[in-house]
Design a protein around this ligand. Structure first.
Ligand SMILES: [Zn+2]
Length: 88
């Protein structure tokens, strides 16, 4: 059985067996994105707990989700992108 996997970073075909990404470069980028997504989710979670009982019109996480929809991206993709911009 032959299955074609798609690289989650560049959307290209993953030809190598037992590989999630098409190249070491994408593998590195994918790992970085996962880390970025995780840290941002953790940040918002912590912040939400701290700000509890202090209602706001639009939470940063909601603003991001809205911007992501407007950009036609998933929330995770958008957040990873924004995080990448910030740390560069
Ligand atoms: Zn790739």
């Amino acid at each position: 059985m032959k299955e074609v996997k798609i690289c989650p970073v560049c959307g290209g075909k993953v030809t190598a067996k037992n590989r999630k990404y098409c190249s070491p470069k994408c593998s590195k980028e994918g790992y970085r994105r996962r880390q970025a997504k995780y840290s941002i989710e953790k940040y918002h979670k912590d912040k939400r707990v701290k700000e509890d009982g202090k209602p706001k019109e639009e939470r940063p996480i909601e603003a991001l989700a809205r911007k992501a929809r407007e950009a036609g991206m998933s929330y995770g993709q958008y957040v990873a992108l924004e995080h990448t911009k910030r740390i560069l």
